[in-house]
Write a protein that binds this ligand. Sequence first.
Ligand code: COA
Ligand code: AMP
Length: 635
Amino acid sequence: MSNGAYRAAYDESLADPDAFWGRASRLVDWVTPPPRVLDDDRPPFYRWFTGGTLNTCFNALDRHVAAGRGAQAALHHDSPVTGTKTTFTYAELLDRVATFAGALDSLGVTKGDRVVIYMPMVPEAVVAMLACARIGAVHSVVFGGFAPAELAARIEDARPTVVVAASCGIETTRVVEYKPMLDAALDRSSHKPESVIVLQRPQARAAVGERDTDWEELDWDELVADAEPADCVEVAATDPLYILYTSGTTGRPKGIVRDNGGHAVALRWSMENVFGIGPGDAWFTASDVGWVVGHSYIVYAPLLTGATTVLYEGKPVGTPDAGAFWRVIAEYGVKGMFTAPTAYRAIKREDPEGRLMRGHDLSSLRTVFLAGERLDPDTYAWASERLGVPVVDNWWQTETGWPVAANLRGLEPMPIKAGSPTVPCPGYAVHVLDERGERLPAGREGAICIRLPLPPGTLPTLWGDDDRYVAGYLSAFDGYYLTGDGGLVDEDGYLYVMGRTDDVLNVAGHRLSTGSIEAALAGHEAVAECAVIGVADELKGQVPRGLVVLKAGIDAGAEGERIRAELVQRVRDEVGAVASLHRVDIVPALPKTRSGKILRKTMREMADGRTPVVPGTIEDAGVLETLAPVLRGPA
Ligand code: COA
Ligand code: AMP
């Protein structure tokens, strides 16, 4: 039965955002409480809490220590890949963060400077993020699975003063050396940092300071040994806390900007109201600090709340088995866990009966949250039946920073419908629009859009590129933010998300751009033209497939095999293994419209075995016929 709490909160958040978010802002400690809530002076650029000042790190650490939580665990680092477990109390984490903030300060990093962090799931990644927040520097974490081309593009755009890296990351079967990739990225980038700090890990130490470089290379431990702790720096609510690059359709990543004030308020509010987690609760998000889920729900939201977060350096399967998540839940008394559906599909594939759950005491677990890609009804049914707790889908994106739609477990749990992330969260006026921008009635599929202003915590713009923000998100329909996802709302107001309407790929919950993979393929000397499409995959949701046309005169019969293997390797080397591109086909031509646009969507539909929609503007329908047998083959 509805208790009306959701409806009341949702309606108030849209009708009177000042009252709703003004009240929520009291969940955060301010230096100067915000004199304004919604600042709509310069539409479409809306800001929140203008005039307020605070420090995000203070809210995540210092205030909890001051309130008596110093001895409570803030972070458990659980690393089956190195066989280590380390717990940091709030007081210990604060100490580490303040010291590293002092180290950054000693290198001349000041408020507004950017710091790129290229690290795996180690506590130092969290320390580096919070240390930046402490001194008002803007961090930009780059996922460790990205290779030099992706890293270089981010360094080029963020123009960091300092880069912080680890010597290596550890995958199930291999050690991934980061330093050579960082060196290659810095060689490519026209921007060079002043300093590079390297955390040495024993699994593969990096050569530091051995090359002739324009920047100084420093050892994390040595730097920290000499550092004096730094205090929190007061920043404006509207000052940037971080930039997180995400994939669009082109190869150039988009720098999503997150502010300090709106972010702290929204995340703190969401932890309690969406996820039902309060101070002192144990919380486990199995993602990576390089993705938005990691930023928001491994690091910031649980720490802003005074909860205990688990930083898990391992995989759902293979480290050592499909019982790893259950062990973590039992060991730390986890109340809520969050991951991507693909992780549960991997577990289900290895342990369909859920036998490995039995050896663990899962009685602390109240809810499982899944996001990052569509939650298919089979995976939903398997997880909820085996675990016996609600399995809650939630839909959002890097741009929004926290759920757009969810079943708000803290505010008012609602009946779950498989296939739906339930209802829009307070602050989000979600509408489904047709091509002309008209609102569609219940049950009709269209573009999922959010009426402006977006709530606190969402992107105010793209880093250094207001025009791209407006062109990419706000120009399709006047007064709306375009999510890029298609879907519908049913008679009960439940949202259903069907997938991206653009060419953005979602591979195992990782967002990747067709453009960057295409750029890697196009860089091969034999390639004249290419296209990448995302095709359905049972485990990863989607995987990319490449189609290339060779330059005239190259014999595909004699050289095809070598070229295909080189192309697969090139994508691993440039974009990263995480792109999961395993199949490239050499084709005589690519289908295009008369204006030269490649028909990726039509090819995707054919590859997925659906009836393709062929636009009337196709240049040569014969090309599609030739491709049909190729596309229908396995990915
Ligand atoms: N650093 C370096 N390489 C990485 C990496 C990282 N951080 N993360 C992944 N890779 C590599 C993997 O080792 C793999 O390499 P391989 O081709 O040599 O085997 C490749 O990238 C593909 O990785 P992935 O897509 O993760 O596949 P997988 O087979 O290793 O694992 C799952 C499959 C489902 C277990 C895994 O994708 C997973 O745990 N997903 C959880 C989803 C998630 O965390 N999403 C984040 C957003 S919520
Ligand atoms: P990212 O920015 O990496 O978080 O990816 C965001 C995209 O992932 C969204 O635009 C969706 O396409 C997809 N996505 C995330 N969560 C869900 C979900 N719960 N259901 C369906 N798709 C999702």
